[in-house]
Design a protein around this ligand. Structure first.
Ligand SMILES: *Cc1c(COP(=O)(O)O)cnc(C)c1O
Length: 587
């Protein structure tokens, strides 16, 4: 266990969620999938990273759906000891007038050559803690906003303290994967104060912390940017024995205005009365020397949102070997030896004969349909054009756009060629519009039943995500621009030769090449000049381009399959992405 020395680590990666393997439910969606893929690629590339997350004993939630698409949530049951090793070291944080004791569980991510990136999952379930405190690391994105802030104290402040307790002393960079980890900056300020024997920090201390910090922002949607009542600051102030000298450490926004908080807790009531809130995004922005969005467009949108800050962009990716389905792993192993070590070489897929590519795809599709039919009794047919859609059931993602005009959809399937649809995705327990969306998809499926088969799979997770992204013929994505920061499921599909059919937002603005990597949905986009709205584009292109290619011009359809892998699989991977982080942020 103690074989790899903490002092060979220079980069600490902090994340509120991470998808390590299918049995470990410490993630909810794209952010966690990205964190897991990042760490896998860091291990492959031997980047000296150590990662920190919370244990999430009950995970996000286990999703059950009844026959009408009504969602209920259960805690995820999992055997922690089967996956993780408990560490003997302890750390502590303060909440109100209490001390919360923490332990860490270690998971090892092994790279392609055996290099290990350790991941420490923090756990407050210790007998020394009160019953309420013991539950603080149970539920990802559960509870109220105070529960959430407590979790962020544990992640950011507790995480730094735990790393120190574990012997990580030479960390040069602290990467915050989203604002949830922003409080780590305050613990680094504490350390500066201690180091210099001061209780008032000057400009140099703040610069020293800023030098170490990297912040990746992941969404332009407001709910993705944590804000807390300013009064909470007093409840967590036991963690800071510093006051900050006239400097710009906390900035909190009210209707676009930025206030600077100078560390004087007596001013909290006055500021709170003026509506000032504690904003984790601004805290991270203020104390980071490198900030980035997760796709080119998202960088632009973020620069508009945070006009006073330089925001760069590094486009997301996925871990190619993780997301390639077994038939595609075998295909690549046969034809492109070394593709796992060097994802760029996926462009040589162009040399693979069509029959072999098609056979691998049909095998992946059979594996998927076997599961779908067993789970849902949908009776899907392997020779029918199959569209997949799976992601968080958030309203802006518009999972039901394809059902805007059911009669038209029914007609085009009858006249142009048959279609079948597979959906999956969870709605946050408190997201009623998201839950309604799932029910509407069930209703549409029932209404269309004889003409277009629709299956909705429960409990979308990374295991299902690979089966689904790799096994459908077309990956559908219909977010309302510009809300999709990047999106990664289309990248998982691309690795498996599954073209995307998507609105032009997020990564697809960079990955889209009409007919060669997939198809665009959007008034004015290639092939959509005459469309009246996005639903019209969707139907027109299905009817006039995609369905005819699939059934009558297979070689044309396969051009997009080859392009998905050669142009997008070779680029939209975390191997390329982590290399960019190394060059732009870590070095
Ligand atoms: C990849 C993945 C996501 C993210 O998909 P998006 O297209 O980015 O929304 C969400 N959930 C799971 C389980 C995933 O594997």
């Amino acid at each position: 266990m103690r074989n790899n020395m903490p002092n060979d680590r220079s980069i600490a990666y902090f994340t509120m969620e991470i998808a390590l393997e299918p049995g470990i439910p410490t993630y909810s969606g794209g952010l966690g999938a990205l964190a897991g893929d990042t760490i896998r690629s860091a291990a492959d590339l031997k980047v000296p990273v150590v990662a920190v997350c919370l244990l999430h004993r009950q995970g996000y939630f286990y999703q059950r759906l009844d026959a009408h698409g009504h969602q209920t949530e259960e805690p995820v049951a999992w055997a922690i000891n089967d996956f993780l090793t408990e560490m003997p070291e302890r750390a502590a944080v303060h909440l109100e007038d209490r001390t919360i004791h923490l332990r860490a569980w270690r998971y090892e991510v092994k790279g392609i050559s055996g290099f290990v990136v350790p991941v420490y999952l923090l756990d407050a379930d210790l007998p020394e803690n009160s019953d309420w405190d013991r539950r603080l690391t149970d539920r990802l994105y559960g509870g109220d906003e105070w529960y959430r802030l407590c979790q962020e104290v544990i992640l950011g402040i507790g995480g730094v303290r735990m790393l120190r307790a574990l012997g990580y002393r030479d960390l040069k960079r602290f990467h915050m994967n989203e604002g949830h980890a922003a409080l780590l900056t305050l613990e680094l300020l504490n350390e500066e104060a201690q180091l210099h024997g001061q209780d008032t920090l000057g400009h140099e201390a703040i610069e020293a912390v800023r030098e170490k910090c990297i912040f990746t922002t992941h969404t332009p949607v407001a709910a993705g940017h944590d804000q807390f009542p300013l009064e909470f600051l007093a409840k967590i102030s036991g963690n800071f024995n510093l006051s900050v000298d006239q400097q710009d450490v906390f900035a909190v926004d009210v209707q676009q205005r930025i206030f600077q908080y100078n560390g004087d807790f007596t001013r909290v009531p006055e500021l709170a009365q003026r509506g000032v809130r504690l904003n984790m995004t601004y805290l991270a922005l203020n104390l980071s020397n490198y900030v980035n969005g997760v796709a080119k467009k998202h960088g632009e949108v973020s620069r508009l949102m945070f006009a006073d800050y330089p925001v760069d962009a590094i486009t997301n990716g996925v871990h190619a070997a993780t997301w390639a389905t077994p038939p595609f792993q075998a295909l690549f192993d046969r034809h492109i030896p070394g593709w796992r070590e060097d994802n760029f070489s996926l462009r040589y897929v162009l040399n693979i004969p069509e029959e072999e590519l098609w056979a691998a795809h049909q095998q992946a599709k059979e594996n998927l349909l076997e599961y779908v039919n067993r789970e849902t009794n949908a009776g899907l047919d392997v020779d029918v054009l199959t569209l997949g859609f799976a992601r968080r059931a958030a309203s802006y993602k518009r999972a039901d756009l394809i059902f805007t005009d059911r009669e038209r959809l029914r007609r085009l399937a009858r006249e142009a060629g048959p279609l079948q649809l597979i959906f999956a995705g969870k709605a946050h327990p408190k997201d009623q519009p998201g839950k309604d969306l799932i029910r509407r998809i069930f209703q549409a499926g029932e209404a269309l039943n004889r003409d277009i088969k629709v299956a909705y799979l429960a409990n979308y997770d990374t295991w299902l995500a690979r089966l689904l992204t790799g096994g459908v013929d077309i990956w559908l994505n219909t977010p309302q621009p510009p809300n999709e920061a990047s999106g990664t499921s289309g990248m998982k599909a691309a690795i498996n030769g599954v073209p995307s059919f998507s609105t032009l937002d997020g990564w697809w603005l960079e990955g889209h090449l009409e007919n060669y990597t997939g198809w665009a949905i959007g008034v004015g986009a290639p092939g959509c000049q005459e469309c009246v709205d996005e639903a019209d584009c969707l139907y027109n292109k299905l009817e006039n381009v995609i369905i005819p290619k699939y059934y009558q011009h297979r070689a044309g359809f396969m051009e997009a399959m080859y392009g998905a892998i050669a142009l997008n699989g070779s680029f939209f991977n975390t191997q390329r992405m982590v290399q960019q982080y190394v060059v732009k942020a870590y070095l």
